[in-house]
Design a protein around this ligand. Structure first.
Ligand code: PMP
Length: 362
């Protein structure tokens, strides 16, 4: 018996997920927050008397109240997920599927297309202009196709770091007539959000995560904001206990310690800027301006640089061949002392590769 004969044909075309785990490296590959949780938060979390023999609150009521206070969106317009990855899948399960299509703007976050494949939704790519700018007219044009039910926008965009103009994003929400998912995973680093427009657009969904600015990537916690009716539709496809009780508590506490996180966010912005400036000093590098906590760049040879940095203990993300832009690397800052060491390693490699002159070394 061959079990492959029994599988859904579209599943056969998918790559199994997974990835190599590196130990003993400075992790700069996943846009995470490298800082420790704020003083006191860990103790509060560990000390909280959670009953792990009981199921979590299926409605995550207390967490939703905290998110409501933070975002200004009423609790019935909030859905929490096991990371925003799960929320992307839930949106596609609700509005996508067989015979439906989703518009995406590559180069962007890869999970949109992955979730489209898993849910049998067709992905319609509208590449960014020059690999960086939103092609608003083309997106609106493609979205007119009757099978399109969803448009996913990401700002600041992973992996380019680009922040799209608010007016352009709103134009798509206003004119498309489709579900518009605004992925704001990195909103805390740029200060721009469409959250305050939710009341005006029943088709607008804003997606956020605790994985980036709030440093809870390992606890898998994301949330979706929208009008109550839209959110309640998506709530129909949710697993009853999709967010565990520990993560619910961690999210509540993270928002309680917001002031501490705001300091970390400012520090991460400074560290990103420091690395950005250092990278732009290497003449052959193409470095893209960023509005987030990560930087996309193209060295003279991405494969060699990825390997050389890893040999020196720095893990950056090899993005492979990006649509329009080509082979690129992406990194997010580590702790300040690690970033200093990283910049030094970059100069050493650049010198060994004869990309900079000796006298240029600081
Ligand atoms: N959206 C974007 C743009 C991302 O970069 C990421 C993480 N890389 C996610 C969503 C997923 O975040 P999580 O599932 O950890 O909430």
């Amino acid at each position: 018996m061959d079990v492959a004969d029994l599988v859904r044909p579209d599943v056969l075309s998918l790559e199994p997920l997974g990835g190599k785990v590196y130990s003993e490296v400075v992790k700069m590959d996943a846009n995470e927050n490298p800082y420790a949780w704020p003083q006191g938060m860990r103790e509060e979390l560990e000390g909280s008397l959670l009953q792990f023999n009981r199921y979590p609150d299926p409605n995550a009521g207390e967490l939703k109240d905290a998110i409501s206070e933070y975002s200004g969106v009423p609790a019935d317009g909030i859905l929490v997920g096991n990371g925003s990855d799960e929320l992307i899948q839930m949106v596609l399960l609700t509005f996508g599927g067989e015979g439906k299509a989703v518009v995406v703007h590559p180069p962007t976050f890869g999970m949109y297309q992955a979730a489209a494949r898993v849910t049998g939704t067709k992905a319609l790519p509208v590449p960014l202009l020059n690999g960086l700018n939103l092609d608003v007219e083309r997106i609106l044009e493609r979205a007119q196709a009757p099978e399109v039910s969803i448009i996913i926008l990401c700002s600041p965009n992973n992996p380019t770091g680009t922040l799209f103009a608010r007016a352009d994003l709103l134009k798509i929400a206003a004119a498309s007539g489709k579900i518009v998912v605004m992925d704001e995973a990195y909103a805390e680093f740029c200060g721009q959000s469409l959250v305050d427009e939710i009341a005006n657009y029943p088709n607008l969904l804003v997606m956020r995560t605790f994985s980036k600015a709030f440093g809870l990537a390992g606890l898998r916690l994301g949330y979706l904001l929208g009008q109550a009716e839209t959110i309640s539709l998506i709530n129909r496809v949710r697993q009853p206990y999709n967010v565990n009780s520990f993560s619910q508590k961690a999210g509540i506490l993270a928002l309680k310690y917001l002031d501490h996180y705001l300091e970390q966010i400012e520090a991460l912005k400074r560290e990103t800027e420091k690395i950005y400036r250092a990278l732009t000093e290497i003449p052959v590098f193409k470095v893209y301006p960023t509005q987030s906590n990560f930087i996309l760049f193209q060295p003279d040879d991405a494969d060699v640089w990825h390997r050389e940095l890893l040999e020196r203990g720095f893990l950056v993300r090899h993005m492979g061949e990006l649509p329009v832009l080509g082979k690129s690397l992406r990194l997010s800052p580590g702790l300040p002392e690690d970033n200093e060491a990283f910049i030094k390693a970059v100069w050493e490699i650049a010198m060994a590769r004869k990309l900079v002159k000796l006298q240029a070394v600081r």
